[in-house]
Ligand binder design. Structure first.
Ligand SMILES: [Mg+2]
Length: 286
């Protein structure tokens, strides 16, 4: 026998079930109320944002908001072309979702610069320029709850020949150049870290020059160089993950403000309710 239903369920408290008031102008309804964020009645899936050119422009150039760095996508394209020209391999390592970052980069025309887009959930999208590229899950030593730190990912995957052969078609990585606005500590004997301002505006011209310089120096030491880019506030100018998945973040509010000036349908994507659908970005053990 199943236990009696709990009198309290989401959005419904039994004590508030009062009989209809005679003459009330409010019709009674059998539909339970649900907490929704403003605009959710016209909600669209948050993933559709990644196909919205206005969202991508705001993410990568600030267009629509207070800042507008219109040439930034071309500057990233030039930097990535330069590092690849130095025989380095570009990849993304994000605490967000590899599939989302791949889709954004593909829609921007930047995905072909990357051999893979990886995330700290173990997701890897090889060849992200293909719309058919699927996120595979790889397993790395350590971690908890299916999450890894970036340090674990670099040590347990990027410096492991069996893993890089399988996921990057690279037999051996000699050095890593790592660019992140909130970098984790990597072994300085094999890695060069370029730290950007935390949740700042991502790679600008000065940082791009540093990436090229560090990649040049690493390549001169011989062996395969991997250039590992964080996504949010590194490749992107705005925090994509938080704008998409954390409704109460300043990033989501900033986009909503921009979207409101653009009008429907750019606004009113359903990120779920703050209390029920908040998605952690980083592994909680960090
Ligand atoms: Mg970041």
């Amino acid at each position: 026998m199943s236990p009696p239903a709990s009198p309290i369920s989401r959005g419904t408290l039994s004590n508030f079930h009062s009989p209809p008031v005679a003459g009330s102008r409010y019709p009674t309804s059998s539909v339970s109320p649900t907490l929704m964020h403003p605009g959710a009645s016209m909600a669209r899936n948050a993933g559709e944002l990644l196909d919205d050119d206005r969202f991508l422009k705001w993410l990568f150039t600030g267009e629509g908001g207070a800042q507008n760095n219109a040439g930034r996508i071309e500057a990233l394209d030039e930097m990535l072309t330069t590092t690849a020209g130095l025989s380095a391999t570009n990849i993304v390592l994000t605490n967000g979702f590899a599939a989302d970052a791949s889709r954004a980069l593909r829609n921007l025309g930047l995905a072909h610069h990357f051999a893979a887009v990886c995330d700290t959930r173990g997701g890897v999208v090889q060849g992200p320029e293909s719309a058919h590229a699927q996120s595979q899950t790889i397993h790395i030593a350590g971690g908890a709850g299916g999450r890894y730190s970036k340090t674990m990912f670099v040590d347990g995957c990027l410096f492991q020949p069996a893993q890089t052969q399988r996921f990057l078609n690279i037999p051996h990585v000699a050095r890593v150049v790592y660019v992140d606005d909130d970098p984790e500590r990597l072994d300085p004997s094999t890695s060069t870290t370029i730290r950007l301002p935390k949740e700042g505006s991502g790679i600008g011209s000065e940082a791009a020059s540093m990436v090229v310089e560090a990649t040049t120096e690493a390549a001169q030491q011989g062996g395969q160089v991997l250039v590992v880019f964080d996504f949010d506030c590194t490749l992107s100018m705005k925090h994509m993950f938080k704008a998409m998945h954390q409704p109460i973040s300043t990033w989501a509010r900033e986009w909503d403000g921009v979207a409101a000036t653009l009008g429907s349908p750019a606004q009113a994507y359903d990120r779920g309710s703050p209390s029920q659908d908040f998605v952690e970005e980083k592994p909680i053990f960090l």
